[in-house]
Design a protein around this ligand. Structure first.
Ligand code: PLP
Length: 380
């Protein structure tokens, strides 16, 4: 069956291809070789492989799956999500201009700010969930790249991708979307008009908190894409075969994990919303969320597994709630099968994040157990 015809669930269950012909195995083999032989006439035995810095088979397999999942034409895997983001921004010429959503993943904001300063690139930060504000930022002049993140982390803002595309087009910019918190199961930004979609595959795509990675997937890859691919090979920023193999393994259960995590998250959000010790909950699945209607259209199969809530009280109250949690691990990151809690203010105190905010990533545990844990931590 042709990859293009397969439902994502089917594609993913057999991610990496059905059968290894050499062994008969039903999972792909790992080929860790860094170098590859030539025959007596000095032609490479396999023309795709000469030296492992350029590329490797496991990465090609994982890229083919991700390309298909997002409905793109090409994908490039990197050793981390940040490496993927940096690879895209490095194509912006010195003296160029980028428009970046405010209040997004702090690691992204920090890297882009530093990069733009080094390279004299003008960086405009704007709340892209406010369509008029984004349009206005684009109307002030030409730009190379518009960068959005939806749902955003940790504010859970929802950005209308189709509207962002219109805004980007109006200033001649490419639209790139960090879709890590949505996953390719819930949103496919390329199908909504985006030019490039990025994921930290460290998160839900791998889903087991045991491999770092990042990916860019593009539609109609043009000159910018060739530049990224060439630079990745020349500069040696390819993912290794073991990591790519683990990623393929993790992806085989992606639809199941996302389905369960979304169900759990919805139950947890409703519990928190009703809890007297909780001041506010930000989860796009709640009717009270300002982006709920948009999320219903843009994430029709579920609202994700990430949410933030404010504990009534002060910084100390919030830290004590986090400290009393038994099932939720106190750790950064998101999208794994195990639930995590984070006090973001401890990590990024300068970004205006409330001191009473706890961000949780809901895993695949039994929802009742997660709710019981939150209940005892909040005090019932
Ligand atoms: C984790 C994360 C990144 C960075 O990815 P790494 O794999 O940690 O380098 C970027 N964007 C979002 C939304 C993330 O959650």
């Amino acid at each position: 069956m042709d990859l293009k015809e397969m439902h994502p669930d089917t594609l993913l269950a057999q991610a990496g291809g059905a059968i290894d012909l050499a062994s008969g195995g039903v999972v792909p083999p790992i080929q860790p070789s860094t170098t590859f032989v030539r025959d007596a006439d000095y032609a490479p035995l396999n023309p795709a492989n000469t030296y492992a810095r350029d590329h490797n088979d496991a990465v090609r397999q994982a890229e083919a799956v991700l390309t298909q999942l997002e409905g793109g034409d090409a994908a490039l895997l990197f050793p981390s999500g940040m490496a993927a983001i940096a690879a895209l921004f490095r194509t912006v010429p010195t003296g160029g201009r980028v428009i970046v959503q405010s209040g997004i993943y702090w690691g992204t904001t920090k890297w882009i700010r530093e990069f733009c300063e080094r390279r004299q690139v003008v960086m405009d930060e704007v709340d892209a969930s406010d369509a008029a504000a984004l349009m206005a930022a684009c109307a002030t002049g030409a730009a190379h790249l518009v960068w959005i993140e939806t749902p955003s982390n940790p504010w859970l803002k929802i950005v209308d991708i189709a509207v962002a595309k219109k805004a980007a087009r109006s200033c001649g910019a490419l639209l790139a979307v960090d879709s890590t918190a949505a996953s390719p199961i819930l949103t496919n930004p390329l199908k909504l008009g985006a030019d490039v979609v990025m994921h930290s595959t460290t998160k839900v795509i791998n889903g087991h908190s045991d491999v770092l990675g990042g990916v860019l997937v593009a539609r109609d890859p043009g000159a910018v894409w060739d530049e990224i691919a060439n630079d990745r090979a020349s500069a040696g920023a390819v993912m290794g075969p073991f990591e790519a193999w683990l990623l393929l393994r993790g992806m085989r259960t992606l639809p199941l994990r996302v389905e369960r995590m979304c169900e759990n998250a919805m139950k947890v959000a409703r519990f928190l919303e009703d809890h007297p010790a909780v001041e506010a909950v930000w989860y796009p699945g709640l009717e009270s969320h300002p982006g709920h209607e948009l999320a219903k259209r843009q994430m029709p199969q579920g609202f994700g597994f990430l949410m933030s809530f404010l504990v009534k009280g002060d910084r100390d109250t919030a830290l004590k709630v986090a400290g009393r949690l038994g099932l939720f691990h106190r750790a950064t990151s998101l999208g794994g099968v195990e639930s995590l809690v984070e006090h973001r203010h401890t990590i990024e105190p300068h970004t205006g994040i409330p001191e009473t905010l706890l961000r949780i990533s809901v895993g695949t545990e039994k929802a009742d157990d997660l709710i019981a844990d939150l209940g005892q931590a909040l005090g019932q």
